[in-house]
Design a binder for this molecule. Structure first.
Ligand SMILES: [Zn+2]
Ligand SMILES: [Zn+2]
Length: 345
């Protein structure tokens, strides 16, 4: 299916909206959306505050963390708005929906992240694994080169695990039902980065955090307590996820194999067959090169993004149940009658 076939999905949803629409329904929906956003923002702040409470931290610090988590995507959204885009832009309505998805993702990420970490520690104990074979903790006495080196090594190795995790998300039919929600976005931009749900915490902890904890001893990656240099490096690494999804004409040309850019990650999100299952890494394309999945972009190659024959998500609630619904569809298609094999959209 090409772009021309995908557009009716958008207009379909608009038509659906107008069918539902009664006089005043638009204003009602706007009030509902703003209310949901305020509630989600409150939940994010409350989750951060509760998370900090055991270490007797203040409301001020919780506000700082909240701003630190939403600051980079908001800044990038502004830059995207002011500069020439690499692909289609989100409508205001779609951008707002993605802002809600990001808040829900971050707010749910705290309790579910804690639960996932607890389950992972139980698994490690059960398997009798020894943790922290290599010490990469950053003492204040270490020089700048040692600190940067430790970050480089840990990020490179972390990216190795991320590569295989991400590749599994694409290659396993079951895991793809979860990950494809991140890929359905036809307007690839900074807000596509945090387009994940609570389930991601469980998968990433078991696929990435557990093997990393077995290999390395780390300091907690906390930018507000890590000092200026460490905080700056951590802040940059955390911002890369937004930068590499940005709708900017960022391209590194011949240097593309050295570090991820929004162009190489856009290729990963492309719906064109020649780009499928390429460029999996989060930071260093060396792993894609070594394992045969690197696609070197041509100058000004900024493809359209999305997934064929799939309707994009319509609400923040749909995001939360997305994988469960897709697994249920899979189960019914395999065990139900033939008509269940036809996609409902
Ligand atoms: Zn992917
Ligand atoms: Zn992505």
């Amino acid at each position: 299916m090409g772009l021309s076939d995908r557009q009716p999905a958008e207009s379909e949803s608009i038509a659906l909206d107008s069918q539902r629409g009664q006089p005043g329904a638009g204003a009602g929906r706007a009030i509902w959306n703003v209310s949901v956003t305020i509630v989600l923002m409150g939940l994010l702040f409350a989750a951060i505050l509760l998370h900090l409470a055991p270490s007797r931290q203040t409301i001020g610090l919780a506000i700082s963390y909240t701003l630190l988590s939403i600051g980079p995507p908001l800044t990038l959204s502004l830059i995207e708005h002011l500069t020439r885009p690499a692909g289609p832009r989100k409508s205001r309505k779609k951008w707002f929906l993605h802002f809600q998805i990001m808040l829900a993702n971050y707010a749910s990420g705290i309790p579910f992240g804690i639960l996932a970490a607890y389950l992972a520690s139980q698994l490690v104990t059960f398997l009798g694994l020894k943790l922290g074979l290599i010490d990469l903790r950053l003492d204040s006495g270490k020089g700048v080169a040692a600190i940067v080196g430790a970050f480089l090594v840990s990020t490179l190795i972390g990216d190795f695990f991320f590569y295989w995790y991400h590749r599994s998300l694409h290659k396993s039919t079951i895991l793809w039902q979860h990950h494809k929600m991140h890929h359905l976005d036809p307007e690839f931009d900074a807000m596509t980065g945090p387009r994940q749900n609570w389930l991601e915490n469980f998968f990433s902890v078991f696929f990435i955090s557990v093997p990393m904890a077995v290999l390395f001893k780390f300091n907690t990656l906390d930018p507000l307590h890590a000092g200026l240099l460490n905080g700056a490096i951590i802040g940059f690494l955390q911002s890369v996820v937004f930068i590499n999804h940005s709708n900017l004409r960022l391209q590194f040309g011949k240097a593309s194999p050295c570090f991820i850019s929004s162009q190489t990650h856009r290729i990963h999100h492309s719906y064109l067959p020649q780009h499928r299952d390429k460029n999996f890494v989060a930071f260093f394309p060396i792993w894609d090169i070594l394992f045969g999945t690197y696609y070197h972009p041509a100058p000004d190659e900024f493809p359209l993004t999305g997934v064929e024959d799939e309707r994009d998500i319509q609400s923040v609630w749909e995001v939360q149940i997305f994988a469960l619904r897709e697994w249920w569809k899979m189960f019914r298609a395999r065990h139900g009658n033939k008509s269940n094999l036809v996609r409902p959209n």
